[in-house]
Ligand binder design. Structure first.
Ligand code: GAP
Length: 471
């Protein structure tokens, strides 16, 4: 029984918990670690895969309009020239001449003036602001700055043996462009007619100047993106934009986040929009380090298809409408985009719960939603020597079903409960002496800690019912 919930949770204890329980390890750890790189352990990869699976089922498999794609990470430089990333995908940087510290200029200004929004300011405007306000180095307190320069965020590499400019390529900073350049391929091969969408999950890379906050902002991450193509009735037609905002809400509720008081919706001001966007709504989450972007829903207009058409010479126009008066148009795009790791972090922060039980003992429980928790059921026994065989047989029986099941070999049921609580397992099934004589097991609910006795031959149905699994 639960007595009270302890509300404070810090990033430090969440990170420690995730490491100790096999979710996330420091990247290159045995060589003293590579800053801001993270490896996902057995539990982490299970959670990540469940999140991706939930997104794919919701946005691709079950949505009547959409299909999927898996495009290359490495694409021709011309893709990035056309999309505007080569000229626009950069952040302004400044260096302290005294201590050589480097800062993203917006971060430096916001350190002293948090309410100033300097998105889209020119380098000259940023320099003038720094000089006029006598902004000092955060590290050494001097006021001796280099000029502001733009720093390209795309990772460069070379294809083939020669490191020549003509062989220069970039790792993709978003999965979206792979979708745009395949618009005709998908449309023609799958006989799709607008409105329709193409969803993709895959790695993206950004040479972020200020990565950090654990897995929140990293240089290598995965995105789940949908590009939805449609023809707006007029320039104020927000029907599909609103539809995808609603779908994102539904998805967040499916993975257990929407009802959270930590979720907030924010519309971008015109001067905050990315170079391709007409409108953007962000869904923000109140992480322990503050309210920050979790997901973005952007109206990209027909910017991308138009640019790729101009640069490649390929025609992306479609006939619209299909009956009566016909005209050729390039479709517009609504893009819901979310980072896998960022969503994972929000879900873990939300789920991380410290409780005091009736016996005054503390327990740490990850209250992950049943759709994404690494394991839904753990099977264990009161006595490994005397009941281990029966427990393993029940594990094997459940493991053949749709349930995600783990066999818990430890003989201490108390310790097993604590461990399973900590990795988010919804139900613990304990085999005891009654299993042999009466054919029953005890099922403990993770969130309430309540226990019920269930017949072994009704076990699967009981768990399916609790976990909303349809046969
Ligand atoms: N295609 C649009 C696009 O890439 P974005 O706002 O730059 O838009 C979309 O990124 C989402 O990808 C973000 O809302 C965030 O969830 C995730 N994301 C972006 N940069 C990231 C980074 N450096 N580390 C982790 N996740 C990131």
């Amino acid at each position: 029984m639960i007595n009270k919930i302890i509300n404070d949770k810090s990033m430090k204890e969440i990170i420690t918990h995730l490491k100790e329980n096999g979710f996330i390890f420091q990247g290159s750890e045995i060589y003293s670690g590579l800053a801001n790189s993270w490896d996902y352990g057995p539990l982490g990869v299970a959670l990540k895969n469940n999140i991706k699976k939930s997104w794919w089922v919701f946005f691709v498999e079950k949505n009547p309009y959409n299909v999927g794609l898996d495009s290359s990470i490495i694409m021709k430089s011309k893709v990035w020239e056309a999309s505007g990333h080569l000229s626009n995908f950069s952040d302004p940087l400044i260096d302290c001449k005294k201590c050589k510290s480097r800062f993203r200029v917006d971060n430096l200004i916001n350190h002293y003036f948090p309410s100033i929004n300097c998105d889209n300011w020119s380098n000259e405007k940023l320099e003038t602001y720094i000089n006029q306000n006598h902004i000092k180095c955060i590290k050494c307190n001097n006021e001796d700055w280099t000029k502001v320069r733009q720093f390209q965020l795309m990772f460069e590499t070379y294809q083939g043996v020669l490191k020549e400019d003509k062989n220069k390529i970039y790792l993709r900073p978003e999965t979206a462009q792979g979708i745009f350049i395949n618009f005709n391929n998908v449309r023609n091969s799958c006989n799709k007619k607008v409105p329709f969408g193409i969803g993709q999950i895959g790695k993206s890379f950004r040479n972020e100047i200020t990565p950090g906050n654990f897995i929140f902002r990293t240089r290598e991450f995965e995105q789940m993106e949908l590009e939805f193509f449609f023809i707006p009735k007029d320039k104020n037609d927000n029907t599909w934009f609103n539809y995808w905002v609603d779908q994102c809400k539904e998805f967040l509720s499916l993975v257990g986040l929407l009802n959270s008081k930590n979720i907030k919706f924010k519309n971008h001001e015109q001067n905050q929009l990315a170079h391709y966007a007409l409108a953007t709504t962000d869904i923000e989450y109140n992480f322990p380090f503050g309210m920050s972007e979790l997901c973005g829903i952007a109206n990209r207009g027909n910017y991308d298809l138009t640019k790729h058409s101009e640069n490649s010479g390929v025609n992306f126009e479609i006939q619209y409408p299909n009956v009566t008066v016909k005209r050729m148009v390039i479709p517009s795009v609504i893009e819901p985009s979310i980072g896998v790791e960022r969503l994972l972090l929000a879900l873990v922060c939300e789920a991380f719960t410290k409780e005091v039980l009736k016996d005054d003992k503390e327990r740490l429980v990850l209250k992950l939603n049943k759709s994404i928790c690494p394991y839904q059921v753990a099977v264990m026994s009161l006595n490994k020597t005397k009941l281990g065989k029966e427990a393993y047989e029940i594990f094997e029986m459940l493991n053949k079903t749709q349930l995600r099941v783990i066999y818990e070999a430890s003989s201490s049921v108390g310790k097993s409960y604590r461990y399973q609580d900590g990795i988010g397992t919804m139900y613990c099934v304990t085999i005891d002496y009654d299993t042999k004589t009466k054919g029953t097991v005890t099922i403990r609910d993770r969130d309430t800690t309540n226990q019920v006795i269930v017949k072994v031959d009704q076990l699967k149905e009981y768990l399916y019912d609790k976990l909303d699994i349809i046969c």
